[in-house]
Design a protein around this ligand. Structure first.
Ligand SMILES: [Zn+2]
Length: 225
């Protein structure tokens, strides 16, 4: 028996009032937070400066804001996507994300990070919000989104699961920011001449194939939306 239950029961009007106040507080706090992050308060259609809702397969695990890997500077324009390979065979997305985080201590004196890391199983970790620059692509840090891809061996070819996910993520970014895959998706190599992503620098056909796959995936996304 639950004696005394009726006595403790809250007045429904009081409950509604509390719920309304709580949701108003949350809404005000949400807008404030979004402003702080440089957003306009609502999910947008791909303008830089907004925190977009990312696809389900992306796990957000942002780095601490720090001088070495997440400077917290605004990414004002998004004019391209730069593809990289991690250059450390067999390492996971998690390990690479943690490496970027470890740089925040300043010990090695290395500036490095990436917006996204695509793992060997196709998992994706987002390290830096799309509203901020990452340190991956040298002179193009100011106006591009970076994707680092894990790879099983020294040759740097992406495993099928990583390749497919990288295509999917790049296509999504192209749609959100109105980018053309054949013009705006580039390799780190195209910025500095660095052999990154190695396999797709050494095999031009494989790179052309990647861009064609991104274009097809983008077309499919647009058709379904
Ligand atoms: Zn690179």
């Amino acid at each position: 028996m639950r004696r005394g239950y009726r006595k403790r029961r809250l007045n429904p009007r009081f409950v509604i009032l509390c719920a309304t106040l709580a949701s108003l507080t949350l809404a005000v706090a949400g807008v404030g937070l979004s402003r702080l992050m440089g957003g306009r308060g609502l999910p947008g259609e791909g303008s830089p400066g907004e925190e977009l809702p990312v696809p389900d397969y992306v796990e957000k695990d942002y780095l601490t804001v720090n001088e070495w890997s997440r400077p917290g500077e605004a990414l004002e324009d998004i004019d391209g996507v730069v593809i990289h390979y991690v250059g450390n065979p067999g390492t996971t997305a998690r390990a690479n994300r943690n490496y970027f985080e470890s740089l925040s201590l300043g010990g090695p004196g290395i500036y490095a990070s990436s917006h996204f890391v695509v793992g060997l199983e196709g998992e994706v970790i987002q390290c830096v919000p799309l509203t901020e620059i990452a340190y991956a692509s040298n002179s193009r840090n100011e106006d591009t989104v970076s994707i680092e891809v894990c790879h099983p061996d020294e040759g740097g070819e992406f495993a099928p699961a990583s390749y497919d996910r990288c295509v999917e993520l790049t296509a999504w970014l192209c749609r959100e920011f109105r980018l053309k895959p054949e013009r705006d998706v580039i390799r780190h190599y195209d910025v500095t001449g660095k052999l990154c992503p190695l396999y797709y620098v050494e095999n031009e056909e494989a790179w052309e194939g990647f861009l064609a796959d991104v274009a097809a995936a983008k077309a499919a996304l647009e058709k379904n939306s």
